[in-house]
Design a protein around this ligand. Sequence first.
Ligand SMILES: [Zn+2]
Length: 85
Amino acid sequence: MANVESPAGLILDIRHSTFDTGIMQCPICKIPVDIATAGKKGSTFPFCSDRCRTIDLARWLDGKYQIPVLPDDESHGGDGEPDER
Ligand SMILES: [Zn+2]
């Protein structure tokens, strides 16, 4: 009766088994990628192909992965005032 698993623990378990099997999913299209290709010449790891790597790079350049510093572009009051209604 002591086998309680939290959702977070379950996610960690999935990640662990990913490396255990040597198969990882392409971050872009989710196609299984063989970890054994990592570090090899011309490898696109962790992407399945050069195309997906380019897509990922384009996302970076597009600023989609930027960390939002200040959500200041919509002028919602601003100074942390509780906005209840
Ligand atoms: Zn891919």
